[in-house]
Write a protein that binds this ligand. Structure first.
Ligand code: GCW
Length: 722
């Protein structure tokens, strides 16, 4: 009797213990949406009190998502089953809705405050009503309610107080969009996390749970659009067979406030329309696009529109017919406008036949077109003028086209920053561009204000991020790649958030609130991008990567079909020095910037060393700010990059036993790869540049392990993402 009683007690204890453990391995699938029981007893008490009864009235698809998320999130975080009620609350608690869905919210007298937050904003307030205390998520639209819900969950996950809440939040940028460079065969251009998450073969019939979790994750950071297909586009996606599949995804994403967009291949009228031409001024071509767009909207009534890469890297475009980019963009815009759709026309163009510095070409092409685009066209500009390098000065088009809404295009997938295996937290890089002062309308004319439309009063604005998502179980290959997806969304919502703040949120939600984890992980993240810059392309060097795969070093790359696809074109090392003279004595790309910017960058003495060799050809023996010669300084920076990775390794090792085993091990092994690669970059680049500088690597620094010949022979086979 006693024995069985004890056995029963023991079994109960085991069950209780097991119920506290996550029911699945920490494989990273849950991203930052891990709703595990909070460990802080005092806060738990406060949360239970502030949230009390949870009420969401209404049954629309979006409100159902809100309810489900609250039930899942609160039950997990608070450790006991929370059921959302749809009956008006009379005794206080959490009330969620719009003035239309919730009589209580209508009653709270929030009209003016709601007016100020627009269609996507939300209020999160502690409010008294008829003697009861409420926590209120109020918005004008259900989408706003959704964003407020995720904000509340974030407050719990990051262990913030819920007392005296008074949060007002609305997005600075209107279109917050992921760009998937995903092909219909499920390969992903520059994707390093497996294959495409879109399983076109099984669509439209099979809706993978992953699509819904993708939508949840995106909605939680305010992303409201997704371009499903590669900018190197395939017109097949515009055929009925594929539109049915696109519709299935659009239907799945709609409740999460996410619109679907497609890439439009400019030659589609020929390829799938059987026309002889794709000339944007040809009436038959225009009629074809009109009926194609009409057709798309029969499948997807809220279709977002098109992203277009035209006359760039071999893609067809209006210039094939001697028409301008504006002619092409406007043709599409005209047929999309009545439907509420938009065109995101990329400015990433450079021409084979133009011998000019590639840095200058997008500006040369687009600036004269300012003011000629239809109102529903945004020109999508990469953060820098070349191509997503570890560091680029801001693109000269920012500030140069005040009459055109310019979208920012960032690359979340780390094509040039170690791809799927290097830890590089990109928020500091995104912020660097967003905070850059273009001086377009005097001091304070930051790229962020141009992109959010506030500087030039544009009604539409946007930010696009080239996605790093694939079908890897943890979505992004590197567990820290998730932070870049997260940071992109948060900055698209509000580009004034700080990199530190975003990192802190992400760490707390993804790993732990324990200061013993938050502080060291944050430190690793904050220095990580600069580490990559240093071991790959310090001091303004750029485009030194290996041919085609872009993974390892290739500063020796030359003699390719295009000069501006080689490394020697960009670093211009010779026996005198190194760097690309972009001042008046060189390509004069600097002339594309405002006079204040020109003055600062044009003079090597005032040009920040971070971009020195981007704009100047500098002598090997020139003195740098550290007092060292340029050559020595380069050696120090390359070595410093390797040291930083080693410091990250040390920090991570100190977290053994604190971070769960799966993620700990994966990051540890990836850091080993990163350290090896950092040495590879350092050694290959220094040995190569040494053939010009003819100077020794300073005695006190580590010496290269291999020879230049050995490094030049390395040719990674079947590298992903090509
Ligand atoms: O970064 C480069 C990539 C190409 C890409 C291109 C672009 C989609 O190497 O793979 O093509 O930019 O942005 O269009």
């Amino acid at each position: 009797m006693n024995l069985s009683k004890n056995l029963f007690r023991f079994a109960l204890l085991v069950v209780l213990f097991l119920s506290q453990l996550p029911s699945h391995a920490e494989d990273g699938y849950r991203l930052w949406q891990r709703y595990d029981l909070l460990q802080n007893k005092d806060l738990l008490k406060q949360y239970r009190k502030s949230l009390g009864e949870v009420v969401v009235q209404g049954t629309s698809p979006t409100l159902t998502v809100v309810k489900d998320e609250l039930e899942m999130g609160l039950s997990g975080l608070l450790g006991s089953k929370v059921t959302v009620s749809d009956q008006a609350s009379k005794k206080g608690g959490l009330v969620v809705g719009t003035p239309t869905t919730s009589p209580l919210i209508k009653d709270l007298g929030l009209d003016q405050r709601l007016k100020d937050i627009g269609q996507e904003g939300f209020l999160l307030l502690s409010q008294k009503h008829k003697g009861n205390a409420y926590t209120v998520i109020a918005a004008n639209s259900e989408k706003g309610v959704l964003y407020g819900t995720f904000h509340l969950l974030r407050l719990l996950q990051t262990q913030q107080s819920l007392e005296a809440l008074n949060v007002t939040s609305s997005p600075k940028t209107k279109l917050r969009i992921l760009n998937h460079w995903d092909n219909l065969d499920r390969t992903v251009e520059r994707g390093y996390a497996g294959f495409s998450i879109w399983d076109w073969h099984k669509l439209p019939d099979y809706i993978d749970q992953r699509y819904l979790d993708y939508a949840r994750a995106n909605a939680s950071i305010g992303i409201n659009g997704t371009v499903l297909t590669n900018v190197n586009a395939n017109s097949l996606v515009l055929t009925p067979e594929y539109l049915a599949k696109v519709k299935a995804l659009a239907d799945a994403f709609r409740p999460y406030g996410i619109k679907v967009y497609l890439t439009a291949r400019f030659s589609s009228p020929i390829e799938i329309g059987k026309l002889k031409t794709a000339d944007p001024l040809d009436p038959a071509v225009r009629a074809w696009w009109k009926s194609k767009v009409d057709e798309i909207y029969t499948y997807i009534p809220d279709f977002g529109g098109f992203t277009v890469k035209a006359n760039s890297e071999g893609q067809p475009g209006p210039q094939n017919y001697k028409r301008s980019h504006a002619d092409g963009a406007n043709m599409l815009a005209e047929v999309l406008a009545p439907k509420g759709g938009i065109v995101m026309w990329r400015a990433f163009v450079y021409d084979n036949n133009v011998p000019d510095d590639r840095h200058k070409q997008a500006y040369t092409e687009f600036k004269p077109l300012d003011g000629t685009f239809q109102g529903n066209v945004l020109v999508q500009v990469k953060n820098g003028a070349i191509d997503f390098q570890p560091r680029e000065p801001f693109h000269p088009l920012f500030g140069a086209m005040p009459k055109t809404p310019l979208m920012m295009e960032f690359q979340i997938t780390q094509e040039y920053l170690g791809q799927g295996t290097h830890l590089a937290y990109l928020a500091p890089m995104f912020k660097e561009t967003l905070a850059a002062d273009t001086y377009a309308k005097g001091k304070g004319s930051t790229a962020g204000k141009i992109v959010d439309g506030s500087l030039d009063n544009h009604p539409i604005s946007g930010m696009a991020g080239v996605s790093n998502i694939g079908n890897d179980r943890n979505w992004t290959s590197h567990p820290f790649g998730q932070a870049n997806w997260y940071a992109f969304g948060r900055l698209a919502w509000d580009h004034e958030l700080t990199s530190e703040g975003i990192a802190e949120e992400w760490i707390k939600m993804t790993f732990s609130n324990a200061p013993s984890q938050v502080a060291p992980i944050k430190q690793m993240m904050m220095g990580s991008r600069e580490a990559v810059v240093n071991y790959m392309t310090p001091m303004g060097l750029h485009h030194l990567m290996g041919w085609s795969h872009h993974y390892g070093p290739g500063p020796w790359i030359k003699d390719k079909p295009r000069a501006d696809w080689t490394s020697v074109y960009y670093h211009r090392a010779d026996e005198k020095g190194i760097g690309f003279d972009r001042t008046k004595t060189g390509s004069n790309a600097l002339s594309q910037y405002a006079p204040e910017v020109q003055a600062m960058w044009g003079n090597p003495a005032t040009c920040p060393e971070e971009v020195l060799l981007w704009f100047h050809h500098v002598a090997w023996d020139a003195k740098t700010k550290s007092g060292r010669t340029l050559w020595d300084e380069l050696c120090y920076r390359y070595s410093g990059g390797v040291d930083s990775v080693r410091a990250m390794q040390k920090t991570w090792n100190s977290l053994a036993g604190q971070v769960d085993k799966e993620r700990y091990e994966q990051v540890k092994q990836y850091l080993d790869i990163q350290e090896k690669d950092a040495r590879w970059w350092r050694d290959a680049c220094l040995l190569y540049f040494q053939t010009f500088s003819k100077r020794p690597i300073p005695q006190e620094l580590e010496k290269p392990q291999g020879t230049l010949e050995e490094y030049m022979k390395i040719e990674p086979k079947f590298a992903p993402g090509i």
